[in-house]
Design a protein around this ligand. Sequence first.
Ligand code: N01
Length: 538
Amino acid sequence: MTNNTSNNQEYDAIIVGAGFAGLYQLICLRDQLGLNCLIIETGDDVGGTWYWNRYPGARCDTESHAYSYYFSDELLKEWTWSERYPGHAEIRKYINFVANKFNLKKDILFNEKVINAKFNENSNNWSLATNTGKQFQSKFVIAAVGCLSNTNIPNIKGLDSFEGKYYHTGNWPKTGVSFVNKKVGQIGTGSTGIQAVPVIAAEAKHLTVFQRTANYSIPARNAPLSEEFKDHVKKDHNYYKEFLKRTPNGHPFEISSRLVSDVSTEEMNQIYEKAWEKGGLQFRATFNDLVTNIDANKTASEFIKGKIRQTVTNKKFANILSDIDHPYAGKRPPIDSHYFETFNRDNINLIDLRSNPIMHIDNEGIQTKENHFNLDIIVFATGYDAMTGPLLNMNITGKQNLKLKDCWKEGPQTFLGLQIPGFPNLFTITGPGSPSVLTNMPMAIEQHVEWVRDCISYMSNKNHSSIEADQKSAEKWGDEVNAVANKTLLPTVKHSWYLGANIPGKPQVFMPYAGGLPKYTEVCDEIKNNNYKGFKLA
Ligand code: N01
């Protein structure tokens, strides 16, 4: 890959990150508005989250026909997914296909990480610096850095002394990792850990899973797509384009309007059974009140716990796995391929860290309160400093020397997750305060990217050189984000990464907007149609 840019260049717009968001932003600003743009990307290729997440079993849990760009009919006709849920390698193929089709790589600077971004009030532009000392100037900066790109390896005493190898799932070696004849320990049982366990156990000599919080999971029922379905998606993509925009989470299924109390227990169980057989995230769409009413939620939670107990034959493991302390879908609900069944293998062990916590790591492995585990490889499926981490990592300084890390010491404050008061001409794609991680990401990304494009186009037409979120608008939006979240069960799960609770010392604030993508889009459109009311234009 060539880096065809010289040092200290000036751009109309610099986009940070070459994932789904950054690539589409480049198309919008460069090809549609004719701006002089550059993407700066840490990796050596496009892909964003899928560039880094190559761990065993890594697969998207949005169905492939929805996990696509919808802005180009031509692209929708040209690309064909092979499976119900796309694997990480196929997604990288797709995103490379897009980058090549739109000739994007020539405007991407790879292998450079933005480590500083500073707004210059006199010249009304941004200075960016990278880890290799390169400097750039740009009128606009668009942070397309992803919500889950700042990996979290917990600070466990003695990790440095471990003589085996250790890896974080979100920074997986491109060359892969062989588990053949290895004793492996995996810490973490979130969406990632649940995908990794069956694949690692199938290859390794032995796998020990260290679980802190037991988790729900629904079978994904992944399978190759039939030729009929592939044809249907190509022929009817306009139907999905409209559908995905009107459904709250941007997924390709209807959310039922019925409440749990509308049906008999027998009917309810039949509905859950059918959804379990069908598999996937639509399990949570079986009833309208699963994420808002704790009694309704308990019925789903108990159903899944029952399935875990039926599946896992070792009673001790079954109890550890089904001892779940929070409502179903209160945390991000995982889907899996034979996760619970894997605990019936004879080369797996499960440790409940709540009763038997990790004390330290030594040269040979992991020491818990009660046992020592000799290991060759430790896999950290321990998640991310989500949403705010990737932005704070850029060391952003706004007007009057305002540091983002100081502004956000009590938690993130944004207007619509798109802009931060005090940081003019900086846009954040799927930033905190936007639907982002609660939706099918490409849908949320397209909406944001197009909003930013239209905003910059408006500024150019009206001869504005600067836009900045108004402080009061951001405060009001923060209240709205909280109010909407509080109508759901999501903020009640105190160990959720949605609240930043997985990172010691991180302020605990519910970060995504839970009101759904259609409602959010309506708010954004109204602001746009009112000449960007709530933003200061100059
Ligand atoms: O991370 P997580 P993830 N000691 O934070 C445990 C998306 N995603 O990478 O629950 C011991 O959810 C932690 O325990 P606890 C999706 O949005 C998408 O799995 O904090 N354990 C938990 O079990 C998802 O939600 C896809 O008590 C520790 C696990 O590590 C998000 O990424 C696929 C620990 C971390 O779970 C993040 O998922 C995969 C410690 N010190 C992921 N620290 C798609 O398919 C943490 N843990 C699109």
